[in-house]
Design a protein around this ligand. Structure first.
Ligand code: FE2
Length: 278
């Protein structure tokens, strides 16, 4: 009797398993694997194996392409950053200007809840924004006194020169419009194109304010470093004229909230984009 029970169980088990598989297929038709993990009712066909191998190779190529793109972007970023360093080495006033602008831009964009990619593009553009100054003759770039109107015209070419430099770097095309338009004024009247309002790329409006904040905090031969109160007052004065009113408000609010961040020496303002060196 006992032997008959065991025998019946052995013969009915496979049938029960097949019924279970059928039920699983019926109850979850969208499931890609209706059978238990590790068990497959039929062996892989030659076509299945070829398809699996092809998928593996495509994934490997995709990953290698992604690594190559990152290496190329880092290389191009290094190349342009070297040009920025060359400009800053020539101009004693420039000092750590690019790194400071990247620091201020980073603080200004926080309330806007941008994607990681958008933040990275704006921070990179902040570092590169004055790369076009490489085209300004030393006599003008390092002139201690005020510039003549003709010399100003030469200086005003630097966004165009910067854009021309970035145009040859395929991986820096998103940063290009911000570099090109970082001296446009919100109400118009800036350069090079006299754009106004929201026609100015958002990142360029951020750079405009960040650039001005660093200029006001940096001592020059003809002026001292401004106090936080004076910088706030200037930002409010230029609100809606030179500066995007929303960005200016964000800047004033941040400066009033965290004055210690700008009065402290900035050794920690080392720049590195999110994607750089990954
Ligand atoms: Fe500039």
């Amino acid at each position: 009797m006992k032997r008959r029970t065991i025998s019946a169980a052995l013969t009915s088990a496979p049938a029960a398993w097949v019924r279970g598989v059928d039920n699983a297929r019926r109850t979850s038709p969208a499931s890609p694997r209706p059978w238990p993990i590790g068990i497959r009712p039929t062996p892989l066909t030659f076509d299945d194996q070829c398809a699996s191998e092809a998928r593996r190779q495509v994934e490997e190529i995709r990953q290698e392409l992604s690594r190559t793109r990152r290496r190329l972007r880092n290389f191009q970023l290094d190349m342009v950053t070297t040009l920025v360093a060359a400009v800053e080495a020539k101009d004693l006033h420039a000092g750590r200007h690019s790194a400071n602008v990247a620091f201020y831009a980073d603080r200004l964009i926080r309330p806007f809840r941008l994607s990681v990619r958008q933040v990275d593009v704006i921070r990179t553009a902040a570092i590169l924004h004055d790369v076009g100054k490489i085209g300004i003759p030393d006599a003008i770039l390092t002139k201690p006194g005020p510039l003549s109107p003709d010399e100003w015209q030469v200086v005003k070419q630097h966004p165009l020169t910067g854009a021309a430099i970035l145009r040859s770097a395929a991986c820096l095309q998103r940063e290009l419009p911000m570099v090109l338009h970082h001296h446009e004024w919100y109400e118009g009247g800036g350069y090079p194109d006299g754009l106004c309002g929201e026609k100015i790329p958002f990142g360029a409006r951020i750079l405009q304010v960040a650039d001005a904040i660093d200029a006001m905090f940096s001592p020059r031969s003809y002026k001292c470093s401004y106090s936080v109160d004076r910088v706030c007052s200037e930002l409010l004065h230029g609100r809606g004229v030179q500066f995007d009113p929303v960005v200016a408000d964000v800047a004033v609010s941040w400066l009033n909230r965290s004055p210690g961040e700008v009065t402290a020496p900035p050794p920690a303002r080392k720049f590195q984009t999110m994607q750089h060196r990954r």
